[in-house]
Design a protein around this ligand. Structure first.
Ligand SMILES: Nc1ncnc2c1ncn2[C@@H]1O[C@H](COP(=O)(O)OP(=O)(O)OP(=O)(O)O)[C@@H](O)[C@H]1O
Ligand SMILES: [Mg+2]
Length: 212
């Protein structure tokens, strides 16, 4: 299948919805089925920008709100060349959080419009599939206490969820809402089938440009 590009598949959802669990299982299942697939996550904490973000999230440092929003976006942009390269080589990328988390979290802060928050990410590679792992905040709470990182509180998560819902109203993007309250295996099976479809259709058309 020379020349076939890989699919860009994004996992989004509130904290503890199962994004990381599902991302790992999805990549393993796709590889076992003979696809080339790799897992990415944002923020990617290993780069210089990623280290600033990690320290901010761990509350070891303070950063101005606009400035940190732009750094989260820059952390995605710094990976765009390698993402495009891999996709064009036929590797499917499964991404644990992307621009949608970036927008949902900053717009949950006071005095940030959704539109302003989206601008820095305009032009990123557009996902072929965005899986929104839907889980009520009460159900998420049964999966363990919040950690000590920034943004891990109920009222903030509530506002972020409202922003996610606004973003999901954009019918130019291929959002699929997945009921994440079911067993890991049931969620995995649905996500795997949706991803196989996305890989098939991505091969037929060029990679899109986000929010343009
Ligand atoms: N379907 C499920 N049913 C019950 N527990 C689950 C399910 N999926 C994941 N979990 C558990 O919930 C916890 C959170 O899962 P995970 O880390 O995958 O979520 P996440 O969306 O990546 O969270 P975060 O946003 O904090 O990174 C883990 O302990 C995981 O084992
Ligand atoms: Mg996670």
């Amino acid at each position: 299948m020379a020349g076939r590009r890989g699919a860009l598949i994004v996992l989004e959802g509130v904290d503890r919805a199962g994004k990381s669990t599902q991302g790992r299982q999805l990549v393993a299942a796709l590889c076992a089925a003979g696809h080339r697939a790799e897992l990415l996550r944002f923020p990617e904490r290993s780069t210089e920008i990623g280290k600033l973000l990690s320290s901010y999230l761990e509350k070891k440092s303070e950063l101005e709100d606009h400035s940190v929003h732009l750094l989260f976006s820059a952390n995605r942009w710094e990976h765009v060349p390698s993402m495009k390269e891999k996709l064009s080589q036929g590797v499917t990328l499964v991404v644990d959080r992307y621009a949608f988390s970036g927008v949902a979290f900053t717009s949950a802060k006071k005095n940030f419009s959704l539109d302003w928050c989206k601008q820095p990410d305009v032009g990123l590679p557009q996902p072929d599939l965005i899986l929104f792992l839907q889980l009520g905040l009460a159900d998420a709470a049964t999966r363990g206490e919040f950690g000590r990182e920034r943004y891990e509180d109920r009222a903030f998560q509530e506002r972020a969820l409202q922003s996610f819902q606004q973003l999901m109203g954009d019918s130019t993007l291929n959002w699929k809402v997945v009921d994440a309250s079911r067993s890991i295996e049931a969620v995995h099976e649905e996500i795997r089938a949706l991803s196989e479809d996305a890989i098939r259709s991505a091969a037929q058309r060029p990679l899109g440009v986000l929010w343009k």
